[in-house]
Structure formats: structure tokens, C-alpha cells
Design a protein around this ligand. Structure first.
Ligand SMILES: [Zn+2]
Length: 319
């Protein structure tokens, strides 16, 4: 969240006093700090007083325990749900405000930045990151930051390369079907309007992760070959997020895609695949341990002593 300029602080104080009394109370009692109060004011500023209070009431149930960043994400999500039409209008107006600019800095340097729609920004970041990794040559002394900066220059000033940028957008299936205006979720950015979600979900370079709006559980995929196709691997990584052994938090990039029931007894399908870290992949080979996937994304581990531990799917929409 951008901090309000000094001139805006009075307006912020007025808004808090007139509309967001519950947040002021929470500040007074020490449940939230000033930064969180400002965040609530900022993110709800486009709403009517009634809508703002509705969002505020929901936000305050979790705000005291949340970090400022996760509070901000949750607020954006609540605002999108409370006022999808207004959010679409505001998004359209903001898109008109896009620009690119330079800020002169000291000692021959300049900061260059672009204010633009989140989908394009994430695609750009993704592409820069990938090219920066590929641009590393043996003996390269440049840091990752330096290589990213060099990639930006190469791309804009003529050097060519072509790496596909893959991004994930999570969309409630009812919204893609036009039945409602629930917000989508852009991985790496957070909640986005239904309009932008539909727009990017129609683009083949994006991965659409459809969700059941009630449970938030990710829906389908399926295939009959041994080697999981790239799309299935990406899907399972996005669904599982970490090793699926109950209690293990090893992230997706340190995990293998495991057939829960070994192929060809079990199919190469999302309901029979899951992430397992090296250690738990090995543990699973041992006949005394047993891992099953009773429904896609839910894993049950049976230990040698016969105890069962269940790992529920990670929510597609973090709260
Ligand atoms: Zn593990």
C-alpha cells in the first residue's frame, strides 16, 4: 500500500472518524496499529460508507493476528466481493492512468518504472526472472539483481530471446461462466477483478485453475501416460504447494511429482499424483508406510503403527 501523502492524512482521519469507527476503536484498544488502520481506510476508500463498514467488520475479525501485507490482500479480496461492479469501474479508470517514467537518482543512475495492469506486470517479471537465470554463464560474477537489470536493457534495446512466461490465474468456475462476479486470484499478485480474470483466462499462455466456489478446491485434469504432461505437473504444483506428507512444509520446487498408487496400477491423473519431497518419497517406498489419496488433493498417511494422518488440500484462496 502506498503511504498517503501528508495532505491526504486529514482526509484519512475524517474517513476513519466518520465511517470506520470500529477500526478507530480497534486502534485505541491496541488490537491494530496505525499502519493497519491506514490500510483499511485506503483499500476501502472507493466503497460507500455501508459497504466500507461491511468490509471493515469482516477484516477486523482477523486483522489483529495478520501481517500488514496479508491484511491488505484480504481487504482487497473483501472489497472485490462486496462491490464487484464498482471494482470493475475503478479498475477500468486506473488502467487509463498507466504510464512509464524515470526518476533521476544519484551518481549516473536512474530508476525506471512502469505503472500498469497486474497481469502484464507479472508476465514481465516472470520473463525477466527466467531470462536472468538463462543469461548466467560460467564464471559470471553478476548478481541475480544485476542480471535482471541487464536483461531489461537487452530486451528493450535490441537483444533478442524468447522465453514463454507462464502465470497462474485462479478463477471460480461460476464466474468464468458469467454466473457471478466473484474475484479471481493472480498468483504473485493477489485478488483481481472478475473482468481482468475473464480477460486473461481467455489467453492460451495462462494457466487457468478453475475452482469450486464453495470449497475453493481446484477442479480437473487427467491422462493415461506415465510421464505427467507439463500442464498436469504445473497443476499439481499449484494445487499442493508443498510436500503432501502430513506436517511436511518442503516447498514445491524441492518436491517430486509422485504417483500415489504406482503407475500403471494408478493413472497419471491429478487424483493420483501429489508432491513428495525426497525424504518422504523414499519413506513412501517402504512397505510399512502407506499413502492414499481418497479424493483428489487429500492425502492420508498410515504409519507403521497403523495411525492415520490426513492432509487436507491447501485453499486456492488464501485467507
Ligand atoms: Zn516431505
Amino acid at each position: 500500500v502506498e503511504r498517503p501523502a501528508a495532505a491526504d492524512r486529514l482526509a484519512l482521519a475524517e474517513r476513519a472518524t466518520d465511517v470506520l469507527g470500529a477500526s478507530l476503536d480497534a486502534l485505541e484498544s491496541g488490537a491494530i496499529d496505525l499502519y493497519k488502520l491506514e490500510t483499511i481506510c485506503d483499500v476501502t476508500s472507493g466503497l460507500t460508507p455501508e459497504q466500507a463498514r461491511e468490509v471493515e467488520a469482516k477484516a477486523l475479525t482477523k486483522a489483529p493476528e495478520q501481517t500488514a501485507a496479508s491484511l491488505c490482500q484480504r481487504l482487497r479480496r473483501l472489497v472485490l466481493r462486496a462491490d464487484p461492479e464498482g471494482a470493475a469501474q475503478r479498475a477500468k479508470a486506473r488502467k487509463e492512468d498507466r504510464y512509464a517514467a524515470l526518476i533521476p537518482d544519484e551518481d549516473d543512475m536512474v530508476k525506471a518504472y512502469v505503472y500498469l495492469c497486474a497481469d502484464k506486470a507479472l508476465a514481465i517479471k516472470n520473463r525477466i526472472d527466467k531470462l536472468a537465470v538463462l543469461s548466467k554463464v560460467p564464471g559470471d560474477q553478476r548478481t541475480a539483481d544485476q542480471r535482471r537489470a541487464d536483461v531489461v536493457c537487452d530486451l528493450l534495446l535490441g537483444g533478442t530471446s524468447n522465453v514463454q512466461a507462464h502465470l497462474y490465474v485462479t478463477a471460480p468456475i461460476t464466474m468464468l461462466l458469467g454466473l457471478d462476479d466473484q474475484p479471481g486470484e493472480l498468483a504473485g499478485y493477489g485478488p483481481i477483478t472478475a473482468g481482468l480474470t475473464r480477460e486473461i483466462a481467455g489467453d492460451a499462455t495462462w494457466y487457468r485453475l478453475l475452482t469450486d466456489p464453495q470449497s475453493g478446491a481446484l477442479l480437473d485434469f487427467g491422462t493415461t501416460t506415465y510421464r505427467p504432461p507439463a500442464a498436469l505437473r504445473r497443476f499439481v504444483k499449484a494445487r499442493d504447494k508443498t510436500c503432501r506428507t502430513p506436517g511436511c512444509m518442503q516447498p514445491a520446487h524441492r518436491c517430486d511429482l509422485d504417483h500415489t498408487i504406482a503407475y500403471p496400477d494408478g493413472p497419471t491423473a491429478h487424483g493420483n499424483c501429489g508432491l513428495e519431497c525426497r525424504r518422504h518419497h523414499r519413506m513412501k517406498q517402504h512397505p510399512d508406510w502407506n499413502l492414499t489419496q481418497p479424493t483428489p488433493g487429500t492425502f492420508v498417511l498410515t504409519t507403521p503403527t497403523g495411525r492415520n494422518y490426513t492432509r487436507e488440500p491447501e485453499p486456492a484462496y488464501p485467507n
